[in-house]
Design a binder for this molecule. Structure first.
Ligand SMILES: NC(=O)c1ccc[n+]([C@@H]2O[C@H](COP(=O)([O-])OP(=O)(O)OC[C@H]3O[C@@H](n4cnc5c(N)ncnc54)[C@H](OP(=O)(O)O)[C@@H]3O)[C@@H](O)[C@H]2O)c1
Length: 298
């Protein structure tokens, strides 16, 4: 069992340090986000765990602090399903932090029953894409002032499950939980491509990635038989530590400073679907996201 897991990828090996760097990781209280945070804490970064559940986040902070010896780990409240919470979080960051060198948009929700965010967006599109889009927009000036800086968007190979449905972006006419997840993960990649173009020459780079099929709480909305199937197939999936490696690679690998806008898997460039390379759709998605959020971001 262990050898199959090893084939799926071990730890990315690099001694790179992040002393004097500040990192925000969304959804850092469990799963891939927590393991990403743990690794970056060992590298000496100041870590901001941006989480919606304060109790779970404090428990993660305690674990990470004890494990790494890094006392510079803080918890801040962020609910990506509510633009007010995102704005409050960003306001505090912009007021209190002198730099943000790495933003890891990791939080995610998969195949939940149909529901809407506080602002009326379909939940998966709202949290996975729009929430992170708004967060990045609100932190952009600070991130640019902190350059060299990076933005890492955790997407998925599930981007192939869906399309960007411009006519029914909130799945109000019909809802397919799997397609809606696919739409949100496709949006992560298209958004990263658009962002990278807009950031050319600023010293800020952007990456999207697939972490692998990972044992985490992401499967919580699946039916019991499907959750059981995920457990049965666990030897063929990654642990959360393994699943965090490509996020860590995109956040840290010095060579990547010369790259921007790409999609990664297993700590290497990866190919994504044609729909994820559609620059016309990327522009349409950008415009629609701005319109839905009531922001002007050229
Ligand atoms: N696991 C996989 O196989 C897999 C595969 C491909 C891509 N991914 C992607 O990897 C990322 C991390 O997923 P994971 O596997 O680590 O899942 P996870 O264990 O379920 O962790 C998801 C994190 O996102 C947070 N979150 C969910 N909704 C939120 C909201 N409204 N506001 C703020 N935080 C919110 C969760 O907080 P709570 O604990 O409070 O719910 C949790 O911290 C996701 O973007 C996912 O799409 C995962």
């Amino acid at each position: 069992m262990i050898s199959i897991r090893k084939l799926l990828g071990g730890r990315w090996s690099s001694a790179a340090r992040l002393d004097d760097k500040t990192v925000i990781i969304t959804g850092a209280n469990t799963g891939i986000g927590k393991e990403t945070a743990r690794d970056l804490a060992h590298r000496g970064a100041r870590l901001i765990l941006a989480c919606r559940d304060a109790e779970k986040a404090e428990a993660a902070k305690k674990e990470i602090t004890e494990d790494s010896g890094n006392q510079n780990v803080v918890v801040m409240k962020l609910d990506l399903s509510d633009t007010k919470s995102i704005r409050d979080f960003a306001e505090l960051i912009n007021k209190e932090e002198k730099q943000i060198n790495i933003l890891i948009n990791n939080a995610g929700i998969m195949m939940c029953p149909y529901s809407k965010t506080a602002d009326g967006f379909e939940m998966q599109f709202g949290v996975n894409h729009l929430g992170h889009f708004l967060l990045t927009y609100l932190l952009m000036d600070l991130i640019k002032r902190s350059a060299p800086a990076r933005i890492v968007n955790v997407s998925s190979t599930a981007h192939t499950w869906g399309a960007i449905n411009l006519d029914d972006i909130n799945s109000e006419k019909s809802y397919d939980a799997k397609k809606a997840y696919g739409q949100s993960k496709l949006a992560n990649i298209l958004y990263t491509r658009s962002l990278a173009k807009r950031l050319e020459g600023t010293g800020v780079t952007a990456y999207s990635l697939h972490p692998g099929v990972v044992q985490s709480e992401l499967w919580r909305h699946l039916s019991t038989p499907l959750q059981l199937a995920v457990k049965v197939f666990s030897p063929f999936t990654k642990t959360a530590v393994q699943g965090a490696q490509t996020s860590i690679y995109c956040a840290v690998e010095p060579e990547l400073e010369k790259e921007s806008g790409g999609y990664y898997s297993d700590c290497a460039p990866a190919s994504c679907a044609r729909s994820a390379r559609d620059d016309e759709m990327a522009q349409n998605l950008w415009d629609l996201s701005c319109q839905m959020l009531g922001i002007a971001w050229d």
